[in-house]
Ligand binder design. Structure first.
Ligand code: ACO
Length: 397
């Protein structure tokens, strides 16, 4: 077969004028948002003007959800109505629990982990709900889609993990457990105590949203095409799953395990054990999971919050984590001078989730359950802007 060979002149890009963006789009402002902001130099972030760490300390997941997606902190009546609305959206339409059960049990020839299970199930949920592209919906219908997808996610994740039928979860009528406590019950198999519910609520609220991170941007790119809400969220999950983004927390715990196992001291890992391990990682060019951030040039406020929660829980794991943090920060300063690398949200998130009884394979799914709320808020905002996101590339031979 013969083909035409093009003269390889440098591409001028398809629009008349192109601008070169820095690698990774770092520092490029690509949209305006009213959902929140990350002040990387100051080590602060907020949701619609409300300090996110303070919201996390107050611990009401549904109130924070209302703020992000509906735009305001609800009063008690509005919060109760919102809980009822979420409760009604948690029951999965016919066919969806069956799909989850079949996929989970491998009847289709393969078994998949809960996060991929959620990715596979959301389009099925969309079909069962008769969901349509955002392009074809008015704002109220889009909001209903946003709430439906985020309300269904925790039950689907728990069902993939433990076989709990999402529809068996008790209704959330305000007098019973909330979303967080139900999720903990479903994932751990035991009635959660108040300390675990508060700790997990704080973590989930603290991770609802965080600027134009890779997964939020992915969801917004899909939204800019007018696709349906589930498609936007499925794309966001794909981006989140990577180890450099939401896939880090289980690996952070693996590192603590590796240090503990390498120790020759019967009393537990020593500072020297940690230093040997961390030097090994850094000199092999590997990254320390749970350290560094694309935006923060000072301590990640989520890490400070979660460190305190982990400390309140106590236990040998926290002692090791604190020592690991101190050694790792010192060695990162030596190996990456001038970069100012600290723990990010994922390091102590791993410790806190373990303290709450969540198994390691559910760390990233649990993160996703929170971040879906943030993505849906961003998707709604993006869907109001009719401009498709379509950058250019430069062809190089
Ligand atoms: N361990 C070792 N080196 C690191 C780490 C780390 N955790 N983080 C950054 N560095 C290095 C980079 O390799 C780079 O080195 P180089 O200049 O020699 O190439 C230098 O420090 C500067 O990196 P940045 O440009 O600041 O980092 P970037 O913005 O590219 O990446 C990221 C940010 C992906 C979070 C990175 O710090 C990382 O890989 N961390 C480990 C994975 C992790 O914890 N991810 C969770 C992030 S939080 C979240 O997504 C919710």
């Amino acid at each position: 077969m013969s083909t035409t060979t093009w003269a390889l002149a440098p591409s001028s890009g398809s629009p008349a004028r192109t601008i070169d963006a820095p690698r990774g789009l770092a520092g490029v402002v690509v949209a305006e948002t009213s959902i929140g902001d990350v002040l990387g130099q100051e080590g602060r972030y907020h949701y619609r003007g409300h300090d996110a760490v303070e919201l996390a300390r107050s611990g009401d997941f549904e109130v924070a959800w209302h703020l992000l997606v509906l735009g305001s902190v609800p009063d008690a009546d509005a919060a109760a109505r919102f809980r009822e609305r979420i409760a009604s959206l948690r029951a999965l339409p016919d066919g969806v629990p069956e799909f989850v059960a079949r996929t989970r049990d491998g009847s289709s020839g393969t078994t998949i982990d809960p996060l991929r299970g959620l990715q596979a199930t959301l389009p099925v949920l969309a079909a069962a709900r008769g969901a349509r592209p955002l392009y074809d919906l008015d704002d109220d219908a889009r909001v209903e889609e946003a709430l439906a997808v985020a309300a269904a996610a925790p039950g689907i994740l728990a069902a993939f993990h433990s076989g709990v039928r999402a529809t068996d979860a008790p209704p959330l009528d305000g007098s019973r457990r909330g979303v967080v406590a139900d999720y903990l019950l479903a994932v751990t198999g035991r009635e959660p105590d108040a300390r675990a519910v508060n700790a997990l609520s704080a973590y989930l609220i603290a991770t609802l949203d965080h600027g134009f991170n890779a997964s939020t941007f992915t969801a917004r790119v899909i939204a800019s095409t007018g696709a349906d809400m589930a498609s936007c969220v499925v794309g966001g999950i794909g981006a989140l799953s990577g180890p450099l983004h939401g896939g880090a927390p289980s690996r952070a715990l693996d590192a603590l395990d590796a240090v503990a196992e390498s120790s020759t001291d019967r009393g537990g890992a020593t500072t020297a054990d940690i230093e040997r391990y961390v030097r090994g990682e850094l000199s092999s060019g590997r990254r320390l999971m749970g350290f560094g951030h694309a935006v923060y040039r000072t301590a990640d406020p989520r890490s400070r919050l979660l460190r305190q929660i982990a400390l309140d829980y106590g236990g040998p794991r926290v002692e090791l984590a604190l020592e690991y943090e101190s050694v790792a920060e010192r060695l990162l300063a030596e190996y990456k001078p001038g970069r100012d690398l600290h723990t990010n949200v994922e390091f102590y998130a791993a410790v806190v989730m373990e303290q709450c009884g969540i198994p390691r394979e559910m760390f990233t799914p649990t993160f996703a359950m929170a971040r879906i709320v943030g993505w849906t808020a961003h998707v709604l905002e993006q869907a109001r802007d009719p401009k498709i996101i379509r950058p250019s590339s430069r062809y190089v031979a």
